[in-house]
Ligand binder design. Structure first.
Ligand SMILES: Cc1cc2nc3c(=O)[nH]c(=O)nc-3n(C[C@H](O)[C@H](O)[C@H](O)COP(=O)(O)OP(=O)(O)OC[C@H]3O[C@@H](n4cnc5c(N)ncnc54)[C@H](O)[C@@H]3O)c2cc1C
Length: 411
């Protein structure tokens, strides 16, 4: 087989490169950025994704860079505990949940890909502008960076669009789709160096979107000063938004008012936000699920295929699962067209369910239920508001839909 052309060296593209290399399928990765820098803030990898990364021999490198998350905690905006459950290995999974800086994750993948496949297998400064195909392969067109003038065309057996939420190849097949769909929630994200909060490995969600919700979790082990790098996201329903740009700076004054009185025995939230190293602003967006990803010798993967709102910690994980499914399909089918069709069959419906569930009933539905049932007031005991069984059912229901219930992972 000629080489597989991977467009985009994000989480999906690099994982696919590693999986194809391990399977003995030649590939090259083409990235728009002039150099791959560790951009972003926190990301979670749930056990279905870490299982695949362990198969690729990356668990140890990830464990050194990340926090092995131990528990999830949910609070109302008065700092009262609603629900707590173990996560990852602490919950009996065979694989951990990792909370990690996106840049650290990307560097672990990048270093492994370069060391195993070779430096010449990844080309930066290659911004894809389109792809054409004939009976025997694809020609993918690139310019030297976004807006660049120098054109080249690269021949391959198949082309895989891993070029993220603003995918050029997705636009080629769906030219009238328009901009990503705004959820009505704006996010301000940052990282703060702070002493460990709660268990020191907690994924904490608090409040609700209408008044202000916070998601807080550590993403790097503590240094000699005992401080961890802690990721936080403030999410607030906001009528206006600006186009998603992963590097757009945000202003604390635009959102801190919502959290002004969040001073709890487990965290002084305003002080924590004000101590941030930097703040970014992103709108919470996704796209309607597509009817089709594969077109002959071309297919979509990761955010290019199924961008989802980040309310279930599944964006990176689903890209990783796509990479595994596509590699398996290419190994199992002699015809690349049949392989890309089989990959779509396995992954499109599964990810559509997650995209739609993330809009309505992701894990933070627990917060919504309590917000609505209490009329946004403090409660006496949580059992008077919602039963433990209902809370467990909300949490387990999402795990089943997103494919990381313990039973699903063991079979
Ligand atoms: C810079 C950046 C920062 C991010 N920060 C966060 C974060 O803090 N938290 C979070 O939850 N998620 C973040 N994400 C999104 C998250 O990485 C993805 O949702 C998820 O990992 C799925 O990965 P993906 O590989 O499909 O897409 P992405 O990780 O978005 O990767 C897409 C890659 O394709 C490249 N690319 C784009 N267009 C072209 C083109 N035309 N030609 C060639 N290459 C192209 C991009 O530069 C990028 O490297 C970020 C994404 C990016 C690109």
């Amino acid at each position: 087989m000629d080489e597989v052309i991977i467009v985009g060296a994000g989480v999906g593209g690099l994982t696919l490169g590693l999986a194809l290399h391990a399977a003995g399928i030649p590939c090259r990765v083409f990235e728009s950025a002039s150099e791959i820098r560790p951009i972003g803030v926190g990301i979670n990898l749930l056990p279905h994704a870490t299982k695949e990364l362990s198969v690729l021999g990356l668990e140890q490198a990830l464990a050194q860079a990340a926090i092995a998350t131990k528990d999830a905690t949910f609070f109302n905006r008065f700092g009262q505990l609603i629900y707590q459950e173990p996560l990852g290995r602490a919950a009996g999974y065979d694989h951990p949940q990792f909370s990690i800086h996106r840049g650290d994750l990307q560097m672990v993948l990048l270093d492994a890909f370069r060391a195993r496949a070779g430096h010449d297998r990844l080309l930066a400064n290659h911004h894809c502008t389109g792809v054409v195909q004939d009976d025997s392969g694809v020609n993918v067109s690139f310019v030297d960076g976004p807006g660049g003038a120098n054109r080249i065309s690269v021949r391959g057996s198949v082309a895989i669009a891993c070029d993220g939420i603003h995918s050029a190849i997705r636009k080629q097949f769906y030219p009238d789709e328009g901009e990503p769909r705004y959820s009505g929630v704006n996010m301000w994200r940052g990282v703060t160096r702070w002493k460990p909060i709660l268990s020191g490995a907690s994924m904490t969600r608090a409040g609700w979107l209408s008044h202000g919700k916070m998601v807080i979790y550590p993403i790097r082990p503590a240094g000699a000063d005992g401080l961890q790098l802690i990721n936080w996201v403030a999410e607030i329903e906001t009528p206006v938004h600006r186009k998603r740009d992963w590097t757009r700076p945000g202003s604390i004054d635009d959102f801190i008012g919502a959290f002004a009185d969040w001073r709890f025995d487990w965290l002084d939230v305003p002080a924590f936000i004000r101590a941030a190293d930097s703040v970014l602003e992103f709108p919470m967006v996704d796209q309607d699920p597509l009817p089709r990803w594969s077109f002959g010798l071309i297919t979509l993967l990761g955010d290019a295929a199924h961008p989802m709102v980040p309310r279930g910690s599944n964006g990176a994980g689903q890209a990783i699962l796509d990479a595994r499914a596509l590699t398996t399909a290419l190994l199992e089918h002699d015809s690349p067209v049949a392989a890309l069709t089989a990959y779509e069959k396995q992954r499109l419906e599964a990810t559509t369910r997650i995209v739609l569930t993330n809009r309505t009933n992701p894990p933070d539905a627990i917060l919504r239920e309590v917000f609505q049932r209490t009329g946004d007031q403090p409660f006496g005991t949580i059992d008077d508001v919602i039963s433990r069984d209902e809370l467990v059912a909300l949490s387990e229901g999402y795990k089943r839909i997103a494919g990381y219930s313990k039973d699903a992972l063991r079979t």
